[in-house]
Design a protein around this ligand. Structure first.
Ligand code: ADP
Ligand code: S3P
Ligand code: MG
Length: 194
């Protein structure tokens, strides 16, 4: 096997003009994975898929209905299968749901097969953004701010394992996309110097 073959698909061979590696967005509810992911894909000329939408399509039910009828563990099982399938496919941008990366098997796959990006934001921003829609079952069981603070504390050590960490300000979506593109360029440059 030549060196080139060995490293095919490694970030060193990723060129943002011609991306050949899947990019996975992770982070808490409301950081912007779904909406930023769609715009990032357009910018990079890649396809986009939202893992939650894929789970809903496969189950013929909404995320809330799955949680209500079958519980969180069943949702995580479906999520693990869907993300494994998406990661096998062609290079694209995948927005995950906030809990996906906390599952050890899903995290292993994402770290092994993609460039992972932890999108992060202040709690105040997350509280405001998640209050806009009533579609997140985990935030219905109590005070959303306390739940988000607890999840941030529990999950951050895992999220921190991602390749890149982007702190999203409260500016427009395109500003966050710019930050991501810049970080990806740096990451690819660094990997190819290794
Ligand atoms: N950078 C941003 N600036 C302003 N609003 C944002 C930004 N990122 C996300 N939003 C808004 O916050 C809400 C939640 O975003 P979403 O992409 O669904 O988050 P996630 O998928 O991470 O839960 C949406 O209404 C979205 O338009
Ligand atoms: O954080 C979580 O455990 C969840 C996040 C949600 O996705 P978003 O992060 O896109 O809101 C969705 O997958 C589900 O409600 C569970
Ligand atoms: Mg989402």
């Amino acid at each position: 096997m030549t060196d080139l073959e060995k490293y095919k698909g490694h970030p060193a061979h990723m060129n943002l003009e011609n991306p050949d590696r899947t990019i996975v967005l992770i982070g808490l509810m409301g950081v912007g994975k779904s909406t930023i992911g769609r715009r990032l894909a357009l910018r990079l000329g890649l396809g986009f898929v939202d893992a939650d939408e894929e789970i809903e399509r496969a189950a013929g039910r909404t995320v809330s209905e799955i949680f209500e009828s079958f519980g969180e563990a069943a949702f995580r099982d479906g999520e693990r299968k869907v993300i494994a399938r998406l990661i096998e496919g062609p290079a694209q941008v995948i927005a995950t749901g906030g809990g996906a990366f906390i599952d050890a098997e899903t995290r292993r796959l994402i770290l092994e097969r993609s460039i992972s990006i932890w999108l992060d934001a202040d709690i105040d921003v997350l509280v405001e953004r998640t209050a806009r829609r009533d579609t997140r079952p985990l935030l219905k069981s109590g005070d959303p701010r306390s739940i988000l603070v607890r999840l941030w504390q529990e999950r951050s050590p895992q999220y921190a394992k991602a390749d890149l960490h982007i702190k999203s300000s409260d500016g427009p979506h395109e500003q966050v996309v710019d930050q991501i593109v810049k970080a990806l360029q740096g990451h690819i440059r660094e990997s190819s110097n290794r």
